[in-house]
Structures are given as C-alpha cells and as structure tokens.
Design a protein around this ligand. Structure first.
Ligand SMILES: [Cu+2]
Length: 349
C-alpha cells in the first residue's frame, strides 16, 4: 500500500485488494456502506488498510468468493428472457416483459457491496431475447428512488425511445415496438445525469435473432462493466457480468471443438473503451451482429461505450485459457477470466 497519510481517498488497488482478502473484506463492504451514511474517505481508507494488513494479496489473485444465493454470474451467462409469448391477430409473435427499477445493494467482489440501481434487482438487467419482427411490449415500473427510463437500441418510434418520457418513482410506462434489425443491442436508463444512471447498474443486453436463427452454438452473454465503489468518478472494480474475477474463480467450462458464441456488450462507464482478448485461439468477429458475414478473424476486440460484438470460436486444444481486458489495469482490477476446455484433442489427420 502506498501513501498512508497524504492519500485522501482509497486508490483503486487498495479497495480491490482489500475486497480480495475475502471474509475480512466484509469490513470494507461495511465501510463502503458507512461512506454512504457519512463516513469520511479517511475512515474508509483506514478500514481498507486494516484489512490489507492481514496479508499481501498480489495482483490477479482472487481470494474468497461472493455470498451464495445472490446474483450468479455463471448462471447469468446463459439466462435468456424470451418474455411471455402470445400471438397477435395478424399472426405475429408478441413478447411481453415486466421490468421494475429497484434500488439494491449488490456484491461486486467478495465482501465489496455497491449501492446499485437495478432493473429487476440485478446488474446487468435480464437479457431480453426475441426474433426480428416480433412485437415487444415492455411494462416498466419505477420502484426506485430516482426518475428512470428504458432506452432500447434498435429501430423504433419516438415514443418508445425512452428518453423524454421520464418515469418518476412510483410511475410506470409501457414501451411497445417491433424488434428490428436483428443483431446484438442493449438497453439502458436514459435519465440524466446519464453516466450516473448507467454506471449505477441500469443496463442490459437486448438480442434480436435473425429470422432464420444462427448456427446452433453454446451461447454466452458477457457484459463488460465496472464499479466506482468509492464514488470518486472512476472505477475501482472491473468485471464481465459484474463480479470481479468471478470467471477466474469459476472458469467457464467449454467442450473441445464445440462452437461457442459470445454476445459481448460494453457498458463500462467513465473509461472510454474496454476490450476482450482471448488466449490460445482466434474468434470470428461480427460487429453489432447485424450481418451474418464475419468482418474479421482476431483474438482481440476493442469496444467504445455502448458498442457490442458477436464472437464465434471453437477451442482446438484442451486446458485452461485466459480471456481478459487487454488494458492491463482493468485485468488487474477484476476483468480477468478463464475458459476451461475439456475433451480429447482431435487427432491430426
Ligand atoms: Cu435512471
């Protein structure tokens, strides 16, 4: 730890290392809550130093785990919400979704809690999935403490854009539009100040499948995000799907040679760009997923805020392979993950 006297706030690394100490890190979660209740940055830093004095934690270590029973990033990877399905008079499919804005504390690293604003109590919000041409009806209710909206990317009428129809606490609004074009989109709150409403957790993935679908694959949703746990306007924790180092502690299991499709969305606030770099392999890149022809074969993709891409690949060699932000700082602060590829290596013909 660096400066014990002159450093008024907690540095990014201080907090994450403190959180990574595991059970002792609960003190920091408590301290983060205490800050909300008026504790000074000095008190918070003191708590972090107290925790970190119990042992040195090197960068990229992932010690301890989040509490069981809460948001599970592993389950979230493959959790697609197709809504309540019915058929309209004209024969088209109607999908109806209920979305509620709720203030909720979420665990973003072991023992580190963040006072989030959420859709349906989770960050990211549910992954909404449909097929091009479906009619979507999204019933939004604001049970949170601040005005919110839902702004969907894609093509739709102005009244479904979720910008000017601000929904006050206790209010509700229904967005109705046709899903188009096919591709990988997103949704997020568009109330101001925008960076705060997004960073607090009001975002999610919106997948519109092409009419004929895509090739069968093992499909995974990955939202790159970050959390400003000490409220200084920059992120202390980076992750895919909210929990720092989660997929390092719990590698994502893949089968050798199976086709994998990742829906990758960048919803990192404060930093201009984020990236994904995959080891031991290359992926086919489909920018925004609105085209079925790959644009590139690469092992790294860099996305600005709000950008997204579909990645397709299969592993040819078994074993553990890292994937992570290629910005080293983000990787050291939580955006570091593993695939665990199992199966027999294909014989060389
Ligand atoms: Cu909002």
């Amino acid at each position: 730890m660096s400066d014990k006297s002159g450093d008024r706030g907690m540095s990014r690394r201080n907090l994450l290392r403190a959180g990574a100490v595991g059970a002792a890190g609960v003190a920091v979660g408590g301290a983060a809550r205490a800050l909300q209740q008026g504790a000074s940055p000095e008190q918070l830093q003191g708590a972090a130093q107290l925790v970190s004095s119990h042992g040195h934690v090197a960068s990229n270590d992932a010690v301890g785990d989040i509490q069981p029973g809460g948001f599970d990033p592993t389950a979230f990877l493959t959790d697609f919400d197709y809504g309540r399905v019915s058929t309209l008079a004209d024969g088209r499919t109607l999908r109806e979704y209920d979305m509620v804005a709720i203030d909720e504390d979420i665990e973003v690293a072991p023992g580190v809690w963040f006072p989030a604003w959420t859709y349906n109590g989770q960050v990211p919000g549910p992954t909404i999935r449909c097929t091009e041409g479906d009619r979507l009806r999204v019933n939004f209710r604001n049970a949170g403490s601040h005005p919110h909206t839902i702004h969907f990317h894609g093509t739709h009428p102005a009244e479904a854009d979720g910008v000017f129809e601000i929904v006050e606490p206790g209010g509700s609004y229904t967005y109705e539009f046709d899903a188009e074009p096919f591709g990988l989109h997103l949704y997020h709150c568009h109330a101001i100040p925008l960076k705060r409403h997004i960073h607090k957790g009001l975002y999610g993935t919106f997948i519109v499948d092409p009419p004929g679908g895509r090739e069968p694959a093992r499909e995974l949703v990955m939202v790159m995000n970050g959390f400003d746990t000490n409220f200084d306007g920059s992120n202390e924790i980076y992750a895919v799907n909210t929990v720092g180092f989660h997929y390092q502690r719990h590698p994502i299991k893949l089968a050798l040679n199976e086709l994998v499709r990742v829906y990758l969305v960048n919803l990192t606030e404060f930093d201009l760009i984020n990236s994904l770099h995959m080891h031991g392999n290359m992926f086919r890149l489909y920018r925004t997923g609105t085209d079925l022809e790959r644009s590139e074969l690469t092992d790294t993709v860099t996305l600005c805020q709000g950008e997204r891409a579909v990645l397709e690949f299969s592993y040819r060699f078994p074993g553990r392979f890292m994937f992570h932000a290629h910005q080293s700082e983000f990787a050291e602060l939580g955006w570091m993950a593993m695939f665990d590829v199992s199966g027999e290596e294909a014989p060389v013909v």
